[in-house]
Design a protein around this ligand. Sequence first.
Ligand code: CLF
Ligand code: SF4
Length: 301
Amino acid sequence: TPEMDEKLIERISKHPCYSEEAHHHYARMHVAVAPACNIQCNYCNRKYDCANESRPGVVSELLTPEEAAHKVLVIAGKIPQMTVLGVAGPGDPLANPEKTFRTFELIADKAPDIKLCLSTNGLMLTEYVDRIKQLNIDHVTITLNTIDPEIGAQIYSWVHYKRKRYRGVEGAKILLEKQLEGLQALKEADILCKVNSVMIPGINDKHLVEVNKAIRERGAFLHNIMPLISAPEHGTHFGLTGQRGPTGKELKEVQDNCSGNMKMMRHCRQCRADAVGLLGEDRSQEFTKDKFLEMTPEYNF
Ligand code: CLF
Ligand code: SF4
């Protein structure tokens, strides 16, 4: 938009998720280095990728930070439009801080022109904002589905925080507070923040306008409302209780109701935790572990 300043445009212009325009020209890759998680979302089955950012029901191949860095260099050499590296699972990246930050460090060191992107449930965000800033990670996604602990208790079955497990409203309250604090801390550190919200009919659908207002007030840059994908065979709580996802029409209606004066993301493709390529294009199978470990990086920067 014309009122966006030039510096901001430059920060998003090569990020396919933050700029609708960019997604036609620039590609992203994910590396699955973060297996553990510290909460339990009712739309997630731990056997699969983190459904906060990814497509539920998909299993990504777990990599060590060193393997991930090798993969990134191989792919960046082969796909010139590759501009962004994201860590988005298969669990919560900040529940695996050593693996996640080691991966970012290796890539910042070897491929400094690749933009770094991180997706998290937000529980541990305030603890790591300084480290995120230090590593020059300019794009962080928080999945924030509600600002009401009563609704949260229907979405999260437990939250593990500081060596204790909290259930129901008590757990949701901790998570929700930490998410909003995290958002504020990102704003203060001048890191661009996208918020993902999973739309769950009958649970948070009517409430998402309020979520949108709350994140807007705290300076989120972009809001991505994603449809719940819930299939019984994925074995999630919602899948087993028959919770349905929204129709395309219902999703669009909520996005339209939120779009007052904030940018809404409407081109999300709910990628895998090991996605490679333009959004909507899946080249992950060209770069499975058995394949990329045999390839020599030809990346020049
Ligand atoms: Fe990956 Fe996410 Fe970064 Fe993009 S995906 S960590 S912000 S580089 Fe993009 Fe994929 Fe949607 Fe995510 S289309 S699921 S929003
Ligand atoms: Fe699953 Fe991600 Fe939620 Fe953890 S944060 S339970 S990995 S969807």
